[in-house]
Design a protein around this ligand. Structure first.
Ligand SMILES: NC(=O)C1=CN([C@@H]2O[C@H](COP(=O)(O)OP(=O)(O)OC[C@H]3O[C@@H](n4cnc5c(N)ncnc54)[C@H](O)[C@@H]3O)[C@@H](O)[C@H]2O)C=CC1
Ligand SMILES: N[C@@H](CCC(=O)N[C@@H](CSC=O)C(=O)NCC(=O)O)C(=O)O
Ligand SMILES: [Zn+2]
Ligand SMILES: [Zn+2]
Length: 379
């Protein structure tokens, strides 16, 4: 039955309130308007940023909403004026848009895009500043411009990357956030050179992807730091060459690393979202040139600090969103690299479940064994 132009009623996991179990609801998804597309979401993973917003600590968190931003699917229909994708195309929704026309896109200096970010930050579509999701007439907010915990989602056309239809969607969905972010933090944001020493704080999906990116960039030492020693064995497969558990040391971790690396590392990456660790990550960098990249997302009200002397003496503090990748242009390229076996993706999928089990999947995020849990949306 043709669904184009019709309201679709489908299943979605709705977050009614912070910290309360998500509820599988019948949700009405309106057709896409001008400059929008409706995607049949086939697979979505959970990222820690979903858990962060669900916890109520995200200043942009709005409820009720449909979370989810690491997914893959097929275009069901397109709105007026959409030319770059059509029904049947395989796509990855992208929370970092790329309009190619705004000041940010044209700057050549950033992957951030200004076209839809303000609207996505308040959970609506740009066109009419309304949500396309509702339950019996009650609007449900969008999240990150993606809302992939729904069997159908409407996103802006500038927020969708068309990918190789041969790519396995149940795997490449991970290129919609965590894996891409870690790789890009190394390749685009830090620009790690061969022979560099690297410290990675936090060995979850993002940290392991940083390690993998550093390995392919030719780093000579990749030091993984995590408070869970069980993380260390698996991390070797992603390129980590040595491990430090801060709990095994009395001294601050930055002093331990400086002592073990002849004055500090060339590059460090904070992949946790802990502001104290962000400071340690900066301060373990080498005087004169060491660069630290903040990847982790810290809660509202948290602030970073260090002695300005750390920067005066040549250390550089940076941050990265989606690893600096230009989403529509480079996500298809990342998918091709995966298809050519030049980057790992399958190895990050540790669990698979159906949409109805989404609350169990959220519980798994807090278990050390879980990297990514991929949900099948149409079992
Ligand atoms: N900037 C961006 O574009 C993106 C940021 N993120 C953020 O990156 C962070 C990491 O995400 P995931 O890898 O999915 O998280 P995760 O929770 O799987 O990994 C975090 C790791 O840090 C370890 N850890 C926790 N506290 C620690 C401490 N004090 N010292 C050392 N290790 C510690 C944990 O044991 C865990 O292995 C999150 O804050 C997430 O929100 C995620 C995707 C994109
Ligand atoms: N609303 C949050 C923003 C958290 C954040 O920094 N998000 C990252 C992506 S995290 C993905 O898993 C990001 O891309 N930021 C850039 C942006 O434009 O949002 C908060 O306010 O804390
Ligand atoms: Zn994410
Ligand atoms: Zn733009």
């Amino acid at each position: 039955m043709a669904t184009q132009g019709q309201v679709i009623t489908c299943k979605a996991a709705v977050s009614w309130e912070p910290n309360k179990p998500l509820v599988i609801e019948d949700v009405q998804v309106a057709p896409p308007q001008a400059g929008e597309v409706r995607i049949k979401i086939l697979f979505t993973a959970l990222c820690h940023t979903d858990a962060y917003t669900w916890s109520g600590k995200d200043p942009e968190g709005l409820f009720p909403c449909i979370l989810g931003h690491e997914a893959a699917g097929i275009i069901e229909s397109v709105g007026e004026g959409v030319t770059e994708v059509q029904p049947g195309d395989h796509v990855i929704p992208c929370y970092t848009a790329e309009c190619r026309e705004c000041k940010f896109c044209k700057s050549g200096k950033t992957n951030l895009c200004g076209k839809v970010r303000e609207a996505t930050g308040v959970g609506v579509m740009l066109n009419d500043r309304k949500s396309r999701f509702s339950i019996n007439g009650k609007p449900i907010y969008h999240f990150m411009g993606t809302s992939t915990f729904s069997q159908y989602s409407v996103v802006h056309d500038v927020s969708v990357a068309k990918i190789d239809p041969k790519a396995p969607l149940e795997k490449v969905c991970l290129l919609g956030c965590g894996v891409a972010t870690g790789l890009g933090a190394v390749w685009n944001t830090a620009k790690v050179e061969p022979g560099s020493t690297v410290a990675v704080f936090g060995l979850g999906t993002v940290g392991l992807a940083v390690a993998e990116g550093a390995k392919t960039a030719g780093a000579s030492r990749i030091i993984g730091i995590d408070i869970d020693s069980k993380k260390f064995e698996r991390a070797k497969d992603f390129g980590v060459t040595e491990f430090i558990n801060p709990k095994d040391h009395d001294k601050p971790i930055q002093q331990v690393i400086v002592a073990q690396t002849d004055g500090g590392v060339d590059y460090s990456f904070e992949c946790i979202g802990n502001v104290a660790v962000m400071r340690a990550a900066l301060e373990c960098c080498h005087k004169g040139w060491g660069t630290s990249v903040i990847v982790g997302v810290a809660a509202a009200g948290q602030e970073i600090s260090t002695r300005p002397f750390q920067l005066v003496t040549g250390r550089v503090w940076k941050g990265t969103a989606f690893g600096g990748f230009k989403s529509r242009t480079q996500v298809p390229w990342l998918v091709e690299k995966y298809m050519k076996k030049e980057v790992k993706v399958d190895e990050y999928v540790t669990h698979e479940m159906n949409l109805v089990d989404i609350n169990k999947a959220f519980d798994l995020l807090h278990e050390g064994s879980c990297l990514r849990c991929v949900l099948t949306m149409f079992p």
